[in-house]
Design a protein around this ligand. Structure first.
Ligand code: SF4
Length: 396
């Protein structure tokens, strides 16, 4: 095999199995790609005991080694900061308390997360499931049987999220065996797959995989872009293959200090995602997870980012900002409701301007609502309650 085959664009490079086999997993292997300082080597060795280190040649190629704070590097290369975290816990979402059988998390009444593997293409340093990710392979056949049996005898479950780890480390045949069994359960309406492959090893999204998945619609995919530099021709092509198979692709971003805690970076990310037809879905506050103190930001950072997006970009480019917790995901959004009184509300828009509008109330006659509201925008009266350039609902 020639060396060119193994360079970006080469035959081997495009083969996901080659990418997976050639992951960089040790200091010695990393030293073949960049200069590894003694501090880096020490951090990698020390952190790898807690949480494995592995990175695909593709994702490694996105790192700018001239920048010690490179956002791709921060996500993938262990740092000594991981060892300094007095507050973080092992299972901050208490997933294990909501696990009726091994590998299944049943937090909400109508849906489950099926954690079918502990492996991933890379081990993201902020991974919320690092308590088991990287510490073992796929579920055993018996564990899968038990999980499927639980779903089968729980008619309330209409939505199954196949996740891990990254389920797409498994072969197409193994995945098809799993998905076909879930699809055969009459009360399961949708199957979702949580995978970071379009970002970390886009070669995995082969045409064969997409052909297999589309036999089991409705299938949805959620992926995990955190930075605009992760949007590449390869990741765009991977997403395109999924979309052509009729699989909608959503994105969950984790808010990470030094990676994307900047409104300009986040705007570039969400607008870049729309260009490749990925819908920004959630922006997560970084969990209180052991080893991630250096990534965490105050809640105000997330609110500020949402404020900088709302109204300033396409509405569906704006993700929902959520804090995940032991009692589930809790959306928090900037407060745009300034005042609420009898028959009226005062709202603040993206520019900070306020508008007073009628608020229909069952206990007030319509005339009273109209009088209470006397619609105005920053004090300027408007005849119909819309701003002059206001669009109808279909134009939002
Ligand atoms: S791909 Fe997902 S599950 Fe795997 S390490 Fe990254 S965040 Fe964790």
């Amino acid at each position: 095999m020639s060396g060119d085959d193994e360079k970006p664009g080469g035959t081997s490079w495009k083969d996901w199995r080659w990418q997976f086999r050639h992951r960089v997993r040790t200091v010695e292997q990393l030293a073949q790609h960049t200069q590894v300082t003694p501090e880096m080597a020490q951090a990698i060795e020390a952190c790898s005991h807690e949480f494995r280190f592995a990175i695909t040649p593709y994702y490694l190629s996105l790192i700018d080694w001239s920048d010690p704070d490179d956002p791709i590097r921060r996500q993938a290369i262990p740092s000594a900061d991981e060892l300094e975290d007095p507050l973080g816990g092992r299972d901050p979402l208490h997933e294990e308390d909501h696990s009726p059988v091994k590998g299944l998390v049943h937090m909400y009444p109508d849906r489950v997360a099926f954690l079918v593997t502990a492996d991933c293409a890379i081990y993201c340093r902020h991974c919320t499931r690092k308590r088991f990710v990287g510490k073992g392979g796929k579920m055993t056949d018996e564990d899968v049987d038990r999980g499927i049996e639980y779903i089968r005898r729980t008619p309330a479950i209409r939505d199954v999220l196949i996740t891990g780890g990254d389920p797409l480390v498994a072969s197409d045949a193994w995945l098809e065996g799993l998905i076909s069994r879930i699809r055969a359960i009459p009360h399961v309406e949708i199957i979702r797959i949580g995978t970071r492959m379009p970002v970390t090893m886009p070669q995995r999204i082969t045409q064969e995989l997409c052909d297999m998945l589309q036999k089991y619609h409705p299938i949805w995919v959620n992926t995990h872009f955190n930075h605009p530099r992760e949007i590449t021709p390869e990741s765009a092509a991977a997403v395109d293959r999924l979309l052509r198979a009729g699989i909608p692709v959503g994105n969950q971003t984790v808010l990470l200090k030094g990676v994307n805690d900047d409104p300009a970076v986040m705007r570039e990310l969400v607008q870049g995602l729309l260009k490749i037809r990925v819908r920004p879905y959630y922006l997560y506050q970084c969990d209180m997870l052991r080893g991630t103190a250096h990534f965490r930001t105050p809640i105000e950072t997330g609110l500020e980012i949402i404020r900088a997006l709302q109204g300033w970009t396409t509405g569906f480019a704006v993700p929902t900002f959520v804090v995940d917790s032991p009692i589930g995901k809790i959306p928090i959004m900037p407060q745009n409701l300034v005042e609420r009184g009898d028959g009226y509300i005062v709202l603040r828009n993206y520019e900070g301007r306020t508008v007073r509008l009628p608020n229909p109330s069952p206990s007030l006659p319509e005339q009273a609502v109209a009088a209470a509201a006397a619609v105005s925008t920053n004090g300027r009266a408007s005849a119909n309650g819309h701003s002059k350039d206001g669009a109808g609902a279909s134009g939002k």
